[in-house]
Design a protein around this ligand. Structure first.
Ligand code: HEM
Length: 487
């Protein structure tokens, strides 16, 4: 591998304050001010970075807020409601809720979410949506992996070789403090086994790239930055050429690449995360999570929650073979993601307390309730209104299966659209357009991304004959999924 295709690395980044933002929002109508919206909602455990200055924004500022009675949203999202997958499970044949894509893809999507958005406002805090702060830079820059780099976040790196990440002594877990709290760039990546396993695979890929960069003769002071940019560009390339085509279809990806965003095209350096993305479209992944997973070949199906919840040392008998959730060359096909159908698996309808923190309203344990309430508190428009604006035929009442008084909450609409316009495998025209424009728009607005600096850049890391993809990156440390390609 050569390293001269890389842009000049930037410095360690601007200094940031180290005080964690604690919500000062008023108590919400249902009482609790504890439940912030992070995946890692238990604030006592948070070792995350402080809130930066990034604001959220809107893709469709001209559309009126839908405004739905919160009681109706809660009824839809709780146990036994229309968003509860268990209510229909017995009507399905075995494998009847399998999607086309492998089960690991939504978890990769979850890591993307953690890279670009972290809004820690309380679930019903009455916070003005315009005042919401994003604790992540709106860039696909692997901030949740690198944090502030070896200088700003030294506890993430190996003191004996600071260009590399520190791992647990056996290499199968992240380092943890004496209380078991993960020392990683974003605590949400420790919330369950799948996110943590992907995080570890990225750390190991970086460490392997450090070896490759050194072998290519890069001077030692430049090694970390070359490796960071190499991993980051490969990750960005995977988002555009592997992740997005599976999720929204190659045609839409090509169109947005060629024509730019119609609804989201921030100028360089002025990116933001639209609320339509953070609180509706990119929460599509909640609908792809299964209740149970096989972790190793021939192993039993294990419930995601409570069994695979994180936030503590990863037991040696609880490790995940990535071939069970990604199709890897030479291995049997992986398990599939859950079909998108507007319903969430039991594990998400009853989230464990480690994830939600203490809540005084049982309904806040349901991720469906939280998704629906978020869209309401951030004043999102209805799915039908967005469909009309995009000149797409809105879903019919039959397709929606539920009549909403004024219109359908955008998150639920996008899941039903995926069911009826994307065969349950991918997003439909509304969800797909929002996700494709935002992810590609963020890359275009980031002056350091491969898409800004070298749009025709191609991956350089070892790949299979089928071309480079996520599977190659995840297995890089184990020798890769294929041979090293000639440069
Ligand atoms: C086991 C799997 C997952 C769990 C337990 C989980 C849990 C959560 C929780 C608790 C929140 C905060 C809810 C709130 O109060 O508003 C959240 C937000 C979110 N989730 Fe997930 N999630 C999972 C998977 C995913 C996946 C697969 C995706 C996308 C592919 C995703 C995308 C998001 C996004 C975009 C947000 C909003 C984040 C923000 O703006 O701060 N999540 N999730």
């Amino acid at each position: 591998m050569t390293a001269d295709y890389l842009p000049n690395p930037t410095g360690p980044g601007c200094p940031r304050a180290y005080a964690r933002q604690v919500s000062s929002a008023p108590a919400h109508p249902h009482g609790s001010r504890v439940a912030a919206r992070d995946h890692c909602l238990n604030m006592a455990r948070a070792v995350d970075r402080p809130t930066g200055a990034a604001r959220y924004g809107r893709m469709f500022p001209g559309l009126a807020p839908l405004g739905t009675d919160p009681q109706l949203l809660m009824r839809a999202g709780v146990d036994g409601g229309i968003c509860d997958a268990t209510a229909v499970l017995d009507r399905l044949s075995p494998g009847g809720d399998d999607a086309a894509e492998a089960a690991g893809w939504p978890f990769f999507g979850q890591l993307i979410a953690h890279d670009i958005t972290a809004d820690r406002s309380p679930i019903m805090g009455g916070v003005d949506p315009e005042a919401l702060r994003n604790s992540r830079a709106p860039k696909l820059n692997l901030e949740m992996v690198y944090s502030d780099g070896p200088i700003g976040s030294p506890y993430l790196y190996d003191l004996t070789d600071p260009a590399k990440f520190l791992l647990a002594p056996d290499g199968g877990d992240v380092p943890r403090n004496t209380q078991g709290v993960a020392l990683i760039g974003d605590p949400r990546n420790d919330s369950h086994l799948f996110a943590l396993t992907l995080h570890i695979a990225l750390l190991r890929a970086h460490n392997r790239i450090v070896d490759l960069v050194r072998e290519s003769g890069v001077p030692e002071p430049d090694v970390f930055d070359k490796a960071r940019v190499t991993l980051t560009w490969h990750y960005q390339w995977i988002v555009v050429h592997d992740f997005l085509p599976r999720l929204v279809g190659a045609e839409l990806v090509d169109q947005v690449l060629a024509e730019g965003g119609r609804w989201f095209a921030p100028p360089a350096g002025h990116a933001y995360i639209p609320l339509e993305f953070a609180d509706a479209a990119f929460r599509y992944g909640h609908g792809q999570i299964r209740h149970t997973y096989r972790l190793v070949e021939g192993g039993p199906a294990v419930p995601l929650f409570p069994d695979l919840v994180g936030f503590g040392p990863l037991a040696a008998d609880r490790r995940l073979d990535l071939a069970q959730v990604f199709d890897l060359p030479g291995r049997p096909p992986a398990q599939r993601a859950k079909r998108l159908d507007g319903r969430l698996a039991a594990s998400l309808i009853g989230l464990p307390e480690q994830v939600t923190g203490a809540v005084d309203t049982a309904a806040y344990r349901s991720l469906a309730v939280r998704d629906l309430l978020r869209g309401d508190t951030t004043a999102l428009p209805s799915g039908e209104a967005v469909a009309r604006l995009l000149t797409v035929a809105p879903l019919t009442a039959d397709e929606l299966e539920q009549t909403w008084p004024q219109g359908t909450p955008l998150w639920f609409y996008i899941l039903k659209e995926a069911e009826h316009r994307g065969s349950g495998d991918r997003l439909g025209p509304v969800g797909g357009r929002i996700v494709a424009e935002v992810l590609i728009g963020l890359l275009r607005a980031d002056a350091a991304s491969y898409l800004s600096l070298e749009p025709d850049w191609q991956p350089k890391l070892p790949a299979t004959d089928a071309g480079f993809g996520l599977a190659d990156l995840l297995t890089l440390d184990a020798g890769g999924a294929g041979p090293v390609r000639p440069q």
